[in-house]
Design a binder for this molecule. Structure first.
Ligand SMILES: [Zn+2]
Length: 275
């Protein structure tokens, strides 16, 4: 795990990249930010988490880091030990964690609905949506730290790295670490994951609908070999992709509301505290 700092003092803000080793966008964005070395009004920790998986270009080496928090210091698997180290590193911090997917080209947040950071920060980020993982939070960093996760775009794409960089700057502006005039805000729709869409074994898979666009009952939304999957009831597809996951296409979600700008003044006069 690589940990860098911007500014002086003990950071209460952190940016985490490469929880998954095959999602290099966050690391590229952090390296760009370090090279620029911007002046910050609050110190920030910049963390590249799973360097071993990053070197190998794999999601994880021994266990999926974003499914095994809080980890264990003496565990046999590298990622379980790393989970404990990473939690210690981000304790007491408001955290932006950067991911990427095989399902969607534009950024969206992954949140827990009752987490105040999601409401405070989301309107300041260039994101399409916020996804409340609901009952699917187990073992994820969001269940154990004060964190907003962002899926920045397609895994390995230059666009995802560019998005990650812009999102770091927007996050640091929202929490008062970067100054730069009045930030843009937007309304962000919230979707809650309701169920997994399982994949039966097949030679090939297809997805026929767009993520975050409502699928009507009776629509053929995916194929598994010759078989067509038909929606029993309307839903919003989220994280749906043909080959992103081994055992599921993704998730069926419901739209449950929207985040809007909710200014929170802190003693530092930032736009949103996130705490
Ligand atoms: Zn990821």
């Amino acid at each position: 795990m690589r940990v860098e700092r911007l500014g002086d003092g003990e950071p209460e803000l952190a940016v985490v990249a490469a929880i998954h080793g095959d999602e290099p966008c966050g690391m590229r964005a952090i390296e760009r930010l370090i090279a620029e070395g911007p002046a910050v009004e609050r110190p920030v920790k910049l963390i590249v988490a799973n360097e071993r998986a990053l070197d190998e270009g794999v999601r994880y080496t021994e266990a999926d880091l974003n499914r095994i928090f809080p980890g264990a210091p003496d565990a046999p698997e590298y990622e379980r030990r790393l989970a404990t180290d990473l939690l210690r590193e981000v304790r007491d911090c408001t955290v932006l964690s950067l991911h990427s997917t095989q399902s969607f080209d534009r950024p969206f947040a992954v949140i827990e609905a009752d987490d105040p950071i999601a409401a405070a920060v989301s309107p300041y980020l260039s994101i399409e949506a916020a996804v409340d993982v609901g009952g699917f939070a187990e073992g994820r960093l969001i269940d154990y730290a004060d964190v907003i996760e962002i899926e920045c775009g397609y895994q390995g794409s230059a666009a995802a790295a560019e998005n990650a960089y812009e999102l770091i700057r927007e996050f640091l502006t929202a929490v008062g670490a970067l100054s730069g005039g009045e930030p843009d805000t937007r309304q962000v729709p919230i979707y809650r994951l309701e169920r997994r869409i399982p994949k039966d074994p097949a030679d090939d898979y297809g997805v026929l609908v767009e993520n975050f666009e409502r699928v009507a009952a009776g629509t053929v939304f995916a194929t598994a070999g010759e078989r067509e999957l038909v929606a029993d009831e309307p839903f919003y597809p989220v994280l749906l992709s043909s080959h992103g996951y081994q055992e599921e296409f993704g998730y069926a979600a419901e739209r449950i509301g929207a985040f809007d700008r909710t200014p929170v003044e802190t003693e530092r006069g930032s736009h949103a505290s996130g705490r």
